[in-house]
Design a binder for this molecule. Structure first.
Ligand code: G4P
Length: 531
């Protein structure tokens, strides 16, 4: 066995950060990168209007809005580890890509705003992590602002998300009274002293043992007593650390800190990198594929079109699951049963794209896609022909009827919509009664409607009108042989099929879903569709 290969794979940590917008994901990512020395100015990750663009400024729509449409990967080295952060778009650019990225991650970091607790978008992303049984680490951010009670926050995670929690550190106070965090293992308190409230400077930090008299003085008697009472309670009130449960995604280690003040970040990273695993075996049609002993294999989890407008190219992003990738290598593409050469692979670094010569299991590479790849495709080498488990299709939440304005351009319209759907940016559905001139498009994030309109006009020369329709929930009918026209209580439910002919139902709200389920015995509806 090649020792270098084993070493390279074992030092990889590939994770995604999930959160509700504004919880601090961008700030935290940026601080991780700063620790890794990958960037040296704050504000280079964020894609907001007032700051620099970091990674993907390839489409006008992104520039106009100051957001990034598709996610990318940030790689950097820290303390001997090679870290891949899979960026999950979260604001208006939230899309199915956000979900799919989680299929390529080995673990997730969940960022929660200490004053808000668990929020809507976190719940959605969390569900995908649970489906995959990946470890989930919690970072409770913004402790420098008035936070909710610590026990209440943990209780919120446990009840809303249904995962047990184990605090690794414990905060002393919050907001103006935030004094620091206590490391339960080392019994050391790192004290917090904000230098500036608005800036991105690092907080001043001093370490004290919990029995140190100076600590009591610094914290003040009232807070100190309260803190002592709390830590006596924690042992009885929270789960014990159990690394097996953490790795099975059943127990979430919790950390407190302030990303903006670079407080608690290093401690988090140090624990996290040791507690989470290097890439582990993935399930395939031939069983579990070992990342180290098997030769190169990968699967496509994202396709991004037109990264370079001049060339109208498509880049397929793939997660390497085993072995080593070398530029120009020939791989077997299971879906087309063809051998292809992977030339000019790219890796998205913190600041820009670069061509890579080699990459290892755990890494993500983007390769030029000659209209061959689809989401979920497997690539193998060494005479192997297995396929990794498919990436599910996730239920969109916004729907529009697409009306084509120029009927002469029918062919381009169908081609455009089909291609964009194939890339996974939108899902297309057809009504049972309507013809092909009208289709319904479903998206996970509303921005994708703009992307669709923009791309149909600019790339395919097709003008369209999007008419919103009043449905927000779509469910696959688990048994596709069921005749949906015979279902009861479906007068206000729209019946559609996807491009593979699978039946789906569109609902206005969850109450209607319950009604339909109650009145149709044996009917099963699905939120994710395994491909
Ligand atoms: P997101 O990617 O999850 O959407 O969140 P982001 O990091 O952009 O953070 C959202 C806002 O919260 C930002 O402020 C950011 O500075 C602030 N923030 C992040 N971490 C902390 C923290 O630990 N403490 C405090 N007090 N604030 C924090 P903004 O005003 O919206 O943006 P900006 O003008 O600072 O860029």
């Amino acid at each position: 066995m090649d020792d270098k290969l084993r070493e390279e794979i074992n030092r990889r940590r590939t994770f995604a950060i999930i959160s509700h917008p504004d919880a601090g994901k961008t700030t935290l990512t940026e601080k991780f990168l700063l620790f890794g020395g990958a960037i040296n100015t704050a504000g280079s990750v964020k894609g907001k209007a007032n700051s620099k663009y970091a990674v993907s400024d390839w489409m006008d729509i992104e520039k106009e809005r100051g957001i990034s449409v598709t996610s990318s990967v940030l790689q950097f080295n820290y303390d001997g580890y090679c870290i891949n952060i899979l960026d999950t778009p979260g604001h208006q650019d939230f899309s199915e890509d956000t979900y799919r990225t989680l299929m390529a991650a080995d673990s997730a970091v969940m960022v929660i705003d200490a004053s808000k607790g668990v929020e809507a978008q976190t719940i959605k992303l969390f569900k995908v992590c649970v489906m995959r049984h990946i470890p989930i680490f919690t970072f409770i951010n913004k402790m420098d602002r008035d936070a909710r009670d610590t026990f209440e926050l943990l209780d919120d995670i446990e009840t809303v998300l249904g995962i047990k929690t184990c605090p690794v550190n414990w905060p002393i106070g919050s907001g103006k009274e935030f004094k620091g965090v206590y490391d339960r293992k080392t019994k050391i308190v790192s004290t917090f002293q904000a230098i500036s409230t608005g800036g991105a400077k690092k907080a001043e930090e001093t370490d004290y043992h919990i029995d140190d008299e100076a600590l009591k003085e610094l914290v003040g008697p009232y807070l100190f007593d309260q803190f002592n009472e709390e830590i006596e309670l924690i042992d009885g009130a929270t789960e014990e650390m159990d690394i097996e449960k953490v790795r099975a995604g059943e127990l979430s280690p919790v950390f407190f800190g302030s990303a903006l003040n670079t407080f608690g970040i290093e401690q988090f990273l140090n624990y996290f990198l040791k507690m989470t695993t290097p890439p582990i075996g993935r399930n395939s049609s031939e069983g579990i594929i070992d990342p180290v002993t098997e030769p190169f294999s990968a699967f496509v989890f994202k396709i991004q079109a037109n990264m370079n407008k001049a060339h109208r190219d498509r880049i397929a992003f793939m997660r390497i699951c085993s072995g080593k990738f070398e530029a120009g290598m020939e791989v077997y593409h299971a879906a087309s049963k063809r051998k292809i050469k992977l030339s000019q692979p790219q890796q998205l670094m913190a600041q820009d794209r670069k061509i890579v010569d080699e990459a290892y299991a755990g890494d993500v590479i983007g390769v030029f896609d000659p209209d061959l790849f689809s989401i979920g495709d497997t690539l193998t080498t060494g005479g192997k022909k297995f396929e990794y488990e498919g990436i599910p299709t996730f239920a969109p939440e916004h729907f529009c009827r697409v009306v084509q304005l120029n009927s002469m351009k029918r062919k381009q319209f169908v081609k455009g919509v089909t291609q964009i759907a194939q890339e996974g940016a939108i899902q297309i559905f057809q009504e049972y009664t309507a013809g092909l001139s009208e289709i319904i498009v479903g998206v996970v994030g509303v921005l994708q409607f703009d992307v669709l309109k923009y791309r149909l006009e600019n790339e395919y020369g097709c003008e369209i009108r999007l008419e919103p329709i009043p449905y927000n929930y779509i469910r696959w009918v688990k048994d596709p042989t069921i005749d949906v026209t015979k279902l009861k209580r479906v007068s206000d439910v729209k019946k559609v099929k996807d491009m593979k002919g699978n039946p789906l139902l569109l609902f206005a709200n969850e109450w209607v879903i319950d009604q339909v389920l109650q009145h149709n015995e044996g009917l099963e509806l699905e939120e994710f569709r395994k491909n």
